[in-house]
Design a binder for this molecule. Structure first.
Ligand SMILES: Cc1ncc(COP(=O)(O)O)c(C=O)c1O
Length: 389
C-alpha cells in the first residue's frame, strides 16, 4: 500500500495520449495482477495480449534474471549465443520453409520491416490491406491501418497503400496488379471487432498471391504465437504465408517483435536492407526462448483451445449473448447490446477484459494461456452476475 498518487504523477508528467483505468498495478502472477491497494484482479485482458505465459512466469523471470547478470546488451554487430538460440527456437515453431526471422522491438516495427521486405524483394510498391485492420502507429504500419481516426488524423499516409473489404476474395483479385508487393491482413481483426478469416479466404489469398508473384503477409501480433491454439494462424488450415509479423506475447512482457520470413524470400534480402539497434537484444532473446519453451512444455496451445471452448460453453446460454468470434484465447463474445457496460460490470467485480473499437457489441478476451479451470469459472460467474443485472 502506498500514499503516493502514482496515477496523478503519471498524468502530470506523461503526454496525455492514453485514457487509463483508475488502477495502478504493481505486481502480477499467472492470470492475476495486484494493484497498489493490495487488491487482486483477474486479468482476462492479458496485459493487452502480452502476458501470454501469464504474468511473471517463473521460467521467464529466471531466464531474465540469469541473463541480466551475464550481458544486458550488444547489438547485431556481433553474434550472440542467446540471439542464435532465440532465432532457432522461433524457427522450431514456424511452418516448414519459413526458418528465418528478423528480430525487432514491437508490432508496428515488425510490420514496417515486413512492408519493406515485401517492397524490396519484389521490386514492387503497392501494399493491399484490409478495411477495419490495425497494424500499428508508425507511419508505414499506420498507412496500412484503416480504422477510425488512427490514420486520418495524420494523412496523407505512405503512398501506394490501398484497402479492400476483409473476407472479400473477389475484391482482392480485383485489387492485385503487377505493382503489388504484398497483401497484408490480420487473420483475426482483433481491434476491428474480432472478425475472423476462414479457410477458403486464406487459401484463396494464397493462390492469388502465388499466381501474381505477390507476398502474403499475416500480421500475427495478436494471434501468434499460440494464442489461437496453433503456433501461427495458417497452421489451422495448412496455409503458409510469405511473411508473419509478430510481437506482444512473444516476449511474455519484454518488448520484442519479429518477422518470420519464407526461406526463398529471405535469400533475396541483402546486407543493410533493414536494421535496428535493440532488435535481438539479449534480454529480448532469452524472453523469446523462455516463452516458446513454456508454451511447448506446458502444452499451452492445447490449453488455449480447451479454455476458449470452455468459455463459449459456459457463456452460450447467458442472457444477451448472441455468438462468438475469434479462436482459442483470442475470443470475442458478441452481445445483443454494447459490451462497454458489461466490461465495466466485470471490472467492478475485479475482472479485466476489453472492448473493440470495430464493433461495440463485442467483448474481447485475451487471457494468458496458463488460464485454468478456476479462472474460467471465476470469469463465467462474474459474467453471469453482470448479465443477471
Ligand atoms: C494486429 C496488430 N498489429 C500491430 C500492432 C502494433 O503493435 P505495437 O503496439 O507493439 O507497435 C497491434 C497492437 O495492438 C496489433 O494488435
Amino acid at each position: 500500500m502506498s500514499d503516493v498518487d502514482f496515477a496523478a504523477m503519471e498524468t502530470r508528467f506523461g503526454v496525455p495520449t492514453y485514457s487509463q483505468l483508475p488502477l495502478t498495478l504493481v505486481e502480477g502472477s499467472g492470470c492475476y495482477v495486484t494493484d497498489s491497494n493490495g487488491e487482486r484482479w483477474l486479468d482476462f485482458y492479458g496485459g493487452h495480449a502480452v502476458a501470454l505465459t501469464g504474468h511473471c512466469h517463473p521460467r521467464v523471470v529466471a531466464a531474465l534474471r540469469e541473463q541480466t547478470g551475464r550481458l544486458l546488451f550488444f547489438s547485431n554487430a556481433v553474434s550472440s549465443d542467446v540471439r542464435a538460440l532465440a532465432l532457432r527456437d522461433l524457427a522450431s515453431t514456424a511452418p516448414a520453409g519459413m526458418s528465418r526471422s528478423f528480430l525487432c522491438n514491437s508490432g508496428a516495427e515488425a510490420n514496417e520491416a515486413a512492408i519493406k521486405i515485401a517492397r524490396k524483394t519484389t521490386g514492387r510498391r503497392k501494399v493491399i490491406s484490409m478495411e477495419g485492420g490495425f497494424h500499428g502507429r508508425t507511419m508505414g504500419a499506420l498507412s496500412a491501418t484503416q480504422m477510425g481516426h488512427y490514420l486520418s488524423d495524420y494523412a496523407p499516409g505512405v503512398p501506394d497503400h490501398v484497402f479492400i473489404p476483409f473476407g472479400d476474395l473477389a475484391a482482392a483479385r480485383a485489387a492485385v496488379d503487377t505493382n503489388t508487393a504484398s497483401i497484408m491482413l490480420e487473420p483475426i481483426q482483433s481491434m476491428g471487432g474480432m472478425r475472423t478469416a476462414d479457410e477458403p479466404y486464406l487459401a484463396g489469398l494464397r493462390a492469388l498471391c502465388d499466381e501474381t508473384g505477390t507476398l502474403l503477409h499475416f500480421d500475427e501480433v495478436q494471434t501468434g504465437p499460440g494464442r489461437t491454439g496453433v503456433w501461427w494462424y495458417g497452421d489451422h488450415f495448412g496455409v503458409v504465408p510469405d511473411l508473419i509479423s509478430t510481437a506482444k506475447g512473444l516476449g511474455s512482457g519484454v518488448p520484442v517483435g519479429a518477422v518470420l520470413v519464407r526461406d526463398e524470400i529471405a535469400e533475396r534480402i541483402a546486407l543493410g536492407d533493414q536494421g535496428t539497434t535493440f532488435g535481438g537484444g539479449m534480454l529480448a532473446s532469452v524472453a523469446i526462448s523462455a516463452t516458446i519453451g513454456v508454451l511447448r512444455d506446458e502444452d499451452l496451445l492445447a490449453n488455449a483451445t480447451l479454455r476458449g471452448a470452455q468459455i463459449q460453453d459456459g457463456a452460450r446460454t447467458m442472457p444477451g449473448v448472441a455468438g462468438f468470434r475469434g479462436r482459442g484465447m483470442l475470443l470475442g463474445i458478441v452481445f445483443d447490446r454494447p459490451a462497454k457496460q458489461i466490461v465495466a460490470g466485470l471490472r467492478a467485480r475485479h475482472v479485466l477484459s476489453g472492448t473493440t473499437p470495430g464493433d461495440p457489441n463485442v467483448l474481447r478476451i485475451l487471457a494468458p494461456l496458463v488460464v485454468g479451470d478456476m479462472e474460467v469459472d471465476a470469469f463465467l460467474r462474474a459474467l453471469h452476475d453482470v448479465l443477471r443485472g
